[in-house]
Design a protein around this ligand. Structure first.
Ligand code: F6P
Length: 543
């Protein structure tokens, strides 16, 4: 039997099993095995992963693991770790793990040196900025970036608010909408503000528009007569983080203030690189190295743990089961931690920009679903907004709950209340309520149809020991490796993102149509809807 035959057979067995399991209720699975929690939970470092509320049995796991084996998952993992160009449509390696590997664990000496040198530059820059420098010292840092050049650092800085450097304010601006930048500039002092322009390509329209506007703002705000402004405002108040040195220096940022990172680091995997400079400034360089160390710990677990103990692989197999077995089209992310409020948004890019594809590695249409639509809300607030659909909407929506064992901002009673809600929601979603239980709760017979809880909504609960840099690094690396695993299991390239190109190119073509007073020749090639909307935009309605 060929490898492909073996793989197809494994998939067929899973689909058959899914038919057998379609109506199995979590209540029955828990009733059948009092030790279910022990059998369906795994532990690594500071993370406990409880997937006992997933609608699966030991047979389900066995069939899923057969697919992983037949997909030659281990070979794909070896290729990534060895720095092979597994991002084949861009002919690039996938090298985010090298950013957090200690020198002795680097894949080769040159990479180890490069990473060490990059970290030393970050350390020195942080030390200089944090050192008291009289009036000229920087009080506010503005991170200008979008997508992977924004979401990771923004989320980490918020997540680690409890470890924040006391006298440096961090701000993030991503959108080209003036409402993102203008209110911030209105309250900043140009003399004590540093801008970090973060863009791997240094061509992203939104980021460069913001960078040009902030440069004008600085030049206007630091008149030549100000001795501190020095000859070059840009040189003093800008640094760049990019793979495109030429474009950054052309903008006016000297090479000595450009932090480079290698092409093999994808935007959505880049917070471990100098893209994370704002993280290091916010929590201190030692905090940043703790983040790297936590991720490296999860890397080692991912690379060495056997299949049945491997948290990232298991998390990926759970998604495979819910999407390709049970037919889920969306996936909820519910961090019961206000500090992790931005985690769902970060994860949306990490997963949907990596796995939201319909063509396999050989260029053929995928024959099965790939990424579900990821969405989420912070708990407990989300319960008061979106959980109605989860409980009574009738759709299968698997979810991940993230709980903290120890609060990052402890207030008496608050944390236990938060935990009680997180545990209660995942249980209520899983087990629902029988008619007898409803009657016992004095639900009137007339209202039973509207007040019933079918349950059987699957979820995984990740219990974090605490929310500090090291534990957060473990969590983020867990999801990065889950994405890698699903790329292998769905046989797609998880590391390119060609789908973002068309809209960007169309925007470039449309801009002149909006900037010009009258109609432009380009407008004639536009579709009627866009033409009509542009006309409306250019027409002032009578008062
Ligand atoms: O448009 C999508 C994207 O290319 C993301 O993949 C990337 O993280 C973001 O835009 C920003 O790109 P850059 O870092 O090159 O500005």
């Amino acid at each position: 039997m060929t490898t492909d035959d073996t793989l197809q057979t494994a998939w067929q067995a899973l689909h058959q099993h899914a038919e057998d399991m379609r109506t199995t209720h979590l209540r029955a699975l828990f009733a059948a095995d009092p030790q279910r929690f022990a059998a369906f939970s795994l532990h690594s470092g500071d993370l406990l992963m409880d997937f006992s509320k997933q609608r699966m049995t030991a047979e389900t796991l066995r069939l899923l693991r057969r697919i992983a084996e037949a997909s030659d998952f281990a070979r794909g993992r070896r290729r990534m770790a060895a720095g092979e160009a597994i991002n084949h449509t861009e002919n690039r390696a996938v090298s985010h793990m090298t950013l957090r590997a200690p020198t002795h664990a680097a894949p080769d000496a040159a990479t180890g040196r490069e990473t060490a040198e990059s970290l030393e530059r970050l350390r020195a820059f942080c030390a200089a900025l944090h050192a008291p420098a009289g009036e000229a010292h920087i009080t506010d840092v503005v991170h200008l970036g979008i997508g992977g050049s924004d979401l990771g650092p923004r989320m980490v800085v918020q997540a680690l608010a409890a470890c924040r450097h006391p006298d440096l304010r961090l701000h993030f601006v991503a959108n080209v909408d003036g409402a993102d930048l203008a209110p911030l500039l209105a309250r900043l002092n140009p003399r004590s503000t540093l801008f970090i322009v973060v863009s791997k390509t240094f061509t992203t329209q939104e980021t460069l528009t913001n960078a040009r506007t902030t440069r004008e703002w600085l030049e206007a705000g630091l008149p030549e007569k100000n001795p501190r402004a020095g000859a070059d405002v840009v040189a003093r108040h800008f640094v760049a983080v990019t793979s495109n040195l030429a474009a950054a220096t052309a903008f006016g940022i000297p090479a000595t203030r450009v932090f480079l990172f290698r092409d093999g680091v994808g935007g959505r995997f880049s917070l471990w690189s100098p893209v994370g400079l704002s993280i290091a400034l916010a929590i201190g360089f030692s905090g940043f190295t703790a983040l790297l160390s936590g991720a490296h710990q999860m890397d080692q677990h991912f690379l060495t743990a056997p299949t049945e103990k491997n948290l990232p692989l298991t998390l990926a197999l759970i998604d495979l089961w819910n999407v390709n077995g049970l037919g889920a089209k969306s996936h909820g992310i519910f961090p019961y931690s206000q500090s992790l409020e931005l985690f769902p948004a970060y994860l949306q890019q990490l997963e949907m920009e990596s796995l939201g594809k319909s063509v396999d590695r050989q260029g053929a249409p995928l024959t099965r679903s790939s990424s579900p639509i990821l969405w989420g809300a912070v708990g407990a607030s989300g319960q008061h907004a979106v959980f109605q659909l989860l409980h009574q909407g009738g759709q299968l929506v698997p979810s991940d709950f993230i709980l903290l064992k120890h609060a990052d901002f402890p207030l008496r009673d608050h944390h236990l209340c938060l935990l009680a809600n997180g545990l209660a929601q995942s249980a209520a979603l899983a087990f629902g309520e029988t008619l007898e239980e409803a009657r016992a709760r004095q639900v009137s017979a007339a209202l039973l149809p509207w007040r019933s809880f079918p349950g059987n909504q699957p979820s995984t609960t990740l219990l974090l020991e605490r929310l500090d840099a090291h534990v957060l690094g473990q969590l983020l690396a867990l999801y990065e490796h889950k994405v890698f695993c699903l790329g292998v299991l769905w046989n797609l390239n998880a590391f390119d993102q060609w789908g973002v190109e068309l809209g960007k190119q169309m925007a470039q073509r449309l801009l002149p149509c909006l900037e010009s007073e009258g109609a432009t020749s380009a407008a004639t090639t536009l579709d009627a809807s866009t033409r009509g909307l542009i006309a409306a935009l250019k027409t002032e309605r009578p008062a």
